[in-house]
Design a protein around this ligand. Structure first.
Ligand code: ADP
Ligand code: MG
Length: 176
């Protein structure tokens, strides 16, 4: 089992974790998926190579939905249909958009209410239209001398109770 590193810090609504390998980041995504429900939205930010797609791969595994996760940079959206009884994953990449206008013009925001989990790489580009239940994750490489280390910062401003529950589960759960 690849364990996500211990909670480093929780203060003022910000939960900070450290991942020391891509496998840990994927494992965290897999774990997080178990705490998501239909129409949840996860906004992923961080530089190229920060691990947004890797985390999405874990989310897809945890949701048990169909199809391999790759970077949707050139397609805006890759849809992963649900397996029986599970949730679909709508995997967006807003990198090439200038703002939320074009996202809405082509109706992509309608996926937010299609009873799946929406994950948006470069979510900050469309921050102004993200619903209140959005979970925000910022990935970053803090130390160039540790190329496989990533800081994972999590906020859930619209759902403080759910963030508190997540932290409680992180503390209790031996598998992460
Ligand atoms: P993004 O989608 O943010 O551009 P990717 O997930 O596509 O990033 O790529 C992340 C890259 O960083 C991969 O090459 C992966 O092997 C590498 N990597 C190294 N350490 C980690 C880590 N702890 N978590 C995630 N990716 C990592
Ligand atoms: Mg990516």
């Amino acid at each position: 089992m690849n364990r996500i590193a211990k909670t480093l810090h929780f203060d003022a609504g910000l939960l900070t974790l450290t991942s020391v390998s891509i496998e840990q980041t994927i494992a965290f995504g897999r774990w997080l998926a178990n705490h998501l429900v239909a129409d949840d939205i996860v906004s992923l930010d961080g530089d190229l190579g920060a691990g947004k797609t890797a985390l999405t791969r874990g989310l897809a595994e945890g949701l048990g939905c169909q199809g391999p996760v790759s970077s949707p940079t050139f397609t805006l959206l890759i849809e992963h249909p649900a397996q029986l009884g599970g949730l679909a994953l709508f995997h967006f990449d807003a990198y090439r958009l200038s703002d939320s206008g074009s996202f809405c013009e082509i109706g992509l925001d309608e996926y937010f209410t299609q009873k799946g989990v929406s994950v948006i790489e470069w979510g900050e580009v469309i921050a102004d239209i993200l619903p209140t239940q959005t979970l925000y994750i910022l990935l970053s490489q803090q130390d160039l001398n540790q190329p496989d280390s990533r800081q994972i910062e999590i906020t859930w401003p619209g759902c403080p109770d759910r963030l508190a529950a997540l932290i409680q589960r992180l503390k209790e759960d031996d598998s992460c």
